[in-house]
Write a protein that binds this ligand. Structure first.
Ligand code: 17E
Ligand code: FE2
Length: 447
């Protein structure tokens, strides 16, 4: 028995049209469209594509919407970003954090993001942002799923003569879900390695996941990903460990990268690239050619390693742009990573959905399957390729059986044509799909 039905939808990755029955916030039934009579509330699917919600695996919610406060990041570097943020930090209050985050969450929800892993800077003796986000995580539970990373932005050992470690542990005691580190920012390589060890020790002690800001620099000698992978392998923690950013990997020589990939395959850790921001933060010390600031996403994917994509920032000291659209993230990755092949481009969509869910270890509650939470999007897209190309809005965003956001699709009309004959009074409806018949049809290597 279902109390809500979503009628006539296609489901991403499946053939056919379906009706989805929802009961008690969970998917109770998935049946071929039109084969059942049902009563209760019906949401007309109109043949739209049902897909699981977007998963934002890497964002800094504590700093959202602070761009320009008190000053803009004029150089565009990671380092000026950290400096500007350290100037903003003393002005944090719980109210300030909660108001900004609430606004950003609305932007994200409107565009279909319902799972989020956020980093929160814990190199702040007051832990104000952390406390605000811990409170928020509980408040929104059941609608938006938030994981909190205790992130020592100014270093574990380099912040106030080692005070970062104490604050990091306090953050875990208070309830952060994930332990972070920032080895490339520590004063020395030795501090960097020790900080990774400390991070893994804390993860084991408090039974938490690990997500390290790792090698976010163009220095080809920044080689902390090998340390993270080795610790994960030796401690048998691979699936619980993520390396974020890893932009230096884009500068490694191919001989070293070859060796590294052997380790990465064995270590079985997750990777997160942030194409919107790292293409702008990196390459800032290059003249020409300028590097792309992008880790080896295509190669990681080809090697069968789990890699996904995040935003990192929305309007903060590191990136003054962004609206929280995960499709923009995937679109940028497809370009910068040159993943324009048919399967490659579609994999970019997986990197903001299924693959990020795997990174967050939430697969038990993610996906359009009977028994899982009824959390899904209805979009007007033919398939993943079409979704990435046209970036249509999520017309319906459902979380646990509740419609939490809705977007009216845009209607465009053109009243002119180069072809003979007048255009009808209503003009041509343009949706950027190809409607013109062609004598040659494209081969379809899977959608
Ligand atoms: N902090 C950092 O170390 N790196 C980043 N990309 C951001 C914050 C956004
Ligand atoms: Fe980050």
């Amino acid at each position: 028995m279902s109390d809500v039905w979503i009628s006539d939808v296609r489901i991403m990755g499946r053939e056919g049209h379906f009706d989805i029955g929802v009961q008690g916030g969970h998917i109770a039934e998935i049946v071929t469209a039109g084969t059942r009579t049902y009563s209760g509330q019906v949401i007309e699917g109109r043949g739209l594509l049902a897909m699981p919600p977007f998963v934002e695996p890497h964002i800094h919610l504590d700093s959202v919407l602070t761009a320009g406060q008190p000053r803009w990041n004029e150089s565009g570097t990671l380092f000026e970003g950290i400096q500007r943020w350290s100037e903003r930090k003393p002005y944090l209050t719980k109210e300030d954090v909660l108001a900004r985050v609430d606004e950003a969450l609305q932007w994200m929800m409107a565009q279909g993001t319902l799972h989020i892993r956020t980093h929160v800077d814990v190199t702040d003796p007051t832990l104000t942002a952390l406390q605000a986000l811990l409170e928020l995580r509980e408040k929104v539970r059941g609608v938006i799923d938030i994981q909190i990373v205790a992130f020592p932005q100014e270093g574990i050992y380099s912040y106030q003569n080692g005070r970062g470690l104490e604050l990091l542990e306090e953050a875990l005691r208070l309830g952060a879900d994930v332990v972070g580190a920032i080895p490339h920012y520590e004063y020395t390589r030795e501090y960097g390695v020790r900080s990774i060890d400390a991070c893994f020790d804390l993860a084991e002690k408090y039974d938490r996941l690990v997500d390290v800001h790792c090698d976010e620099i163009d220095d080809e000698q920044s080689r902390f990903v090998e340390v993270v992978a080795t610790r994960a392998l030796e401690r048998g923690m691979g699936q619980r460990v993520t390396a974020s950013h890893t932009t230096a990997m884009g500068s490694y020589n191919d001989a070293y990268a070859y060796k590294l990939f052997g380790l990465l395959r064995k270590a079985d850790i997750h990777f997160i690239a942030n194409p919107l921001i790292n293409t702008t933060l990196q390459g800032r010390f290059d003249s020409y050619p300028k590097r792309r600031g992008f880790t080896r996403v295509k190669e990681l994917w080809q090697a069968g390693i789990n890699v996904c994509l995040g935003h990192d920032d929305i309007m903060d000291p590191w990136y003054s742009f962004g609206t929280g659209s995960m499709l923009q993230v995937a679109h940028m990755a497809m370009h910068v990573g040159q993943m324009t092949g048919r399967q490659e481009a579609m994999a970019c969509v997986d990197m903001v959905t299924d693959r990020s869910a795997k990174t967050l270890q939430i697969e038990d509650r993610y996906g359009i399957e009977v028994g899982k939470p009824a959390s899904l999007l209805l979009v007007d897209a033919d398939d993943k390729w079409d979704l990435l190309r046209r970036m249509p809005p999520a017309e319906i965003v459902m979380s646990h059986g509740m419609v939490v956001a809705q977007t009216e699709p845009v209607k465009r009309r053109v009243y002119w044509t180069s072809r003979d004959g007048a255009v009808g009074e209503g003009g041509y409806g343009v949706d950027f799909r190809v409607h013109t018949g062609s004598p040659v049809s494209a081969s379809e290597p899977g959608a």
